[in-house]
Design a binder for this molecule. Structure first.
Ligand SMILES: Nc1nc2c([nH]c(=O)n2[C@H]2C[C@H](O)[C@@H](COP(=O)(O)OP(=O)(O)OP(=O)(O)O)O2)c(=O)[nH]1
Length: 105
C-alpha cells in the first residue's frame, strides 16, 4: 500500500507475527485468497482485517512465484499477486498486534 506525500511515496509494512509462516519478517499486508473470492476481494478483505483501511482503487504491479524450503525439508510454493493500493479510506494501523513501519522512497 502506498500514499504519495509531495515528492515522497510512503510504503506501509507490517512484521509477520512470530507464530505465522515466515514469522518475524517484514511484509506488505495481505494474505491468502479464500475459496469463491477474487484476488481483489481478498486484498480488500485482508487490508480491512490487518490494517483497517477500505480499498477504493488498486493497480496490479507484479506477480512473484517463490519456493520456501521449510525446516522439515518440504517445499512451500507461494504465488504473490502484488498490488499498489493508491486510493483508500482510513489511516493504516496494524490491527493484529503486528509491528508496523513506513518506508519512504
Ligand atoms: N502478506 C504477505 N505475504 C507474503 C509476503 N511475502 C511472502 O513471501 N508472503 C508469503 C507468506 C505466507 O506464506 C503467504 C501469505 O499467507 P498468510 O499467512 O499471510 O495468509 P493469511 O493471513 O490468509 O493466513 P492464514 O489463513 O494462513 O492464517 O505469502 C508479503 O510481502 N506479504
Amino acid at each position: 500500500m502506498s500514499t504519495d506525500d509531495q515528492e515522497l511515496t510512503q510504503y506501509f509494512l507490517t512484521k509477520r507475527l512470530m507464530n505465522a509462516h515466515q514469522g518475524g519478517k517484514w511484509e506488505f499486508p495481505g494474505g491468502k485468497v479464500e475459496k469463491d473470492e477474487s484476488v481483489a476481494q481478498a486484498l480488500a478483505r485482508e487490508l480491512k482485517e490487518e490494517v483497517n483501511i477500505d480499498v477504493l482503487t488498486c493497480l496490479p504491479l507484479t506477480t512473484i512465484k517463490h519456493i520456501y524450503v521449510e525446516k522439515n525439508g518440504e517445499d512451500k510454493n507461494v504465488c504473490l499477486d502484488v498490488f499498489i493500493v493508491d486510493n483508500f479510506i482510513g489511516e493504516p494501523s496494524a490491527q493484529e498486534g503486528q509491528e508496523e513501519g513506513l518506508v519512504f522512497s
